[in-house]
Write a protein that binds this ligand. Structure first.
Ligand code: UDP
Length: 416
């Protein structure tokens, strides 16, 4: 198949950990690579956000990234990109020329708009369009309220993308219920989870050194909804339970230390830690390159993922693949990936006491850490390879191409 991916803000070539660079970048890169390995020809269209980027970059056999000129060639926060989607669609349609792809796959609602726009330019032939939302505005508004900076138009344009797409790929069952509540026909929804790079994230990776007896790890974009403050709040509670020699390593945020320490979210978290008297236990590591992540995961006794909400969450899968237990808020995709008392421990959302007690249980019991870690590795390997996710995705493409609309939600996703 000739496949076009559209990922307006999340380039597969971007460095990860910044405010707008995380799971979607990993997802688009790894899925595209896995589809190319299966013999497909994949082109990823993303917005040019730096002048020096080549227009077309060959990433590997069967995989190109095209930087489309749409607005100024500099970083623009994703919530300000909507007015540029027409230009992005122009660039995509221009690149297709007389040879449109077999299928176009939009990632995030705005890419969905551009993908649909490009797919409809030729009135004689409409390119089948598949959509992955990654995150939904309805959920974001529910949790972030007035702090949601999404454009107002998302309220009606996002459900419109859902209605117009030929097929939708949800990453977890929770998302299917949200789509249904948005009035979208779930008969055209397939479930395919995110995957994890099992070649990179392994138990064989040598552990990076740690500075205290126990290390707790938090990895992700430094935005309030990731709930890193909750982990900081758990530290004094852990100390009160007798776990004093504990460090919290926080990975993510800016690449250079100067920028990192002027980041308002880092300052907020540091002030919180200082106020609680736990600042000496907390290290902000900033952005870590992919290749160094496995060693960092391996250095931790537990990885904590306690977002307010989470459409999927690749970090827990990476931790599991490295054999490290995960303390996870029981929200969104984390309810599927992390098995409570199987590969980690579930805690209610926004509950530092529950985080401290789950961590206390793990830190006090190395055998339990090893048992949950081994089960996590097994689960990641058996269910979440990108090859398996690519095979599921391919089925959704075929369904879109054949115009097939199954009468019910196809729950064949690897997460189930
Ligand atoms: N990540 C990374 N280096 C960093 C911070 C994050 O490689 O400094 C990666 C992390 O390993 C994971 C992704 O960014 O692969 C975050 O994905 P996730 O789905 O957990 O969160 P999202 O960013 O989608 O909210």
């Amino acid at each position: 198949m000739r496949i076009s991916m559209v990922s307006e803000h999340a380039s597969p070539l971007a460095a990860l950990g910044g405010v707008d660079a995380g799971g979607q970048n990993v997802h688009v890169a790894a899925l595209s690579e896995a589809l190319a390995r299966r013999g497909h020809s994949v082109t990823v269209y993303t917005r040019r956000d730096a002048p020096e980027l080549d227009r077309r970059v060959r990433v590997g056999p069967g995989l190109d990234v095209v930087h489309v000129d749409a607005g100024p060639a500099r970083h623009i926060p994703k919530d300000e990109l909507l007015p540029l989607m027409g230009e992005l669609a122009d660039g995509i349609a221009r690149d297709w020329g007389q040879r449109p792809p077999d299928v176009v796959h939009g990632h995030f609602w705005m890419s969905g708009l551009a993908a649909l726009d490009a797919a409809r330019r030729d009135t004689a032939f409409r390119v089948p369009m598949v959509q992955t939302f990654h995150a939904l505005g309805t959920v974001k508004r529910r949790f972030q309220g007035a702090e949601d900076t999404s454009p107002r138009e998302r309220r009606w344009l996002e459900p419109g993308v859902g209605r117009d797409a030929d097929r939708i790929i949800a990453t977890c069952p929770d998302e299917v219920f949200e789509l249904k509540a948005m009035g979208i026909d779930t008969g055209k929804v397939s479930i395919a989870p995110c995957g994890v790079d099992l070649g990179l994230f392994t138990t064989a990776a040598p552990a990076a050194p740690r500075t205290r007896r126990h290390r707790i790890l938090s990895v992700g974009r430094l935005v309030p909804r990731k709930g890193v403050d909750l982990v900081i709040r758990a530290l004094p509670l852990l100390a009160a339970a007798g776990h004093h020699d504990v460090e919290l390593l926080i990975v993510g945020g800016g690449a250079d230390p100067g920028v990192l320490h002027s980041d308002p979210e880092v300052r907020r978290l540091m002030a919180l830690a200082a106020g609680l008297g736990v600042l000496p236990q907390v290290t902000f590591r900033g952005q870590v390159p992919r290749a160094d992540m496995p060693g960092i995961f391996r250095s931790a006794n537990a990885v904590v993922c306690t977002p307010w909400y989470e459409p999927f969450g690749i970090v827990p899968l990476e931790a599991m693949a490295c054999g490290v237990p995960v303390v996870a808020a029981a929200v969104g995709g984390l309810r599927d990936t992390v098995v409570d008392h199987g590969t980690g421990i579930h805690v209610p959302p926004r509950d530092p006491e529950a985080i401290a007690s789950a961590l206390g249980l793990l830190l006090g019991d190395p055998a339990l850490q090893a048992e949950l870690g081994a089960a996590g590795q097994q689960r990641a390997r058996s269910r979440y390879s990108w090859d398996r996710v690519a095979a599921e995705t391919e089925k959704a493409y075929q369904a879109a191409m054949s115009g097939m609309a199954a009468g019910q939600v196809r729950m064949e996703g690897a997460a189930l």
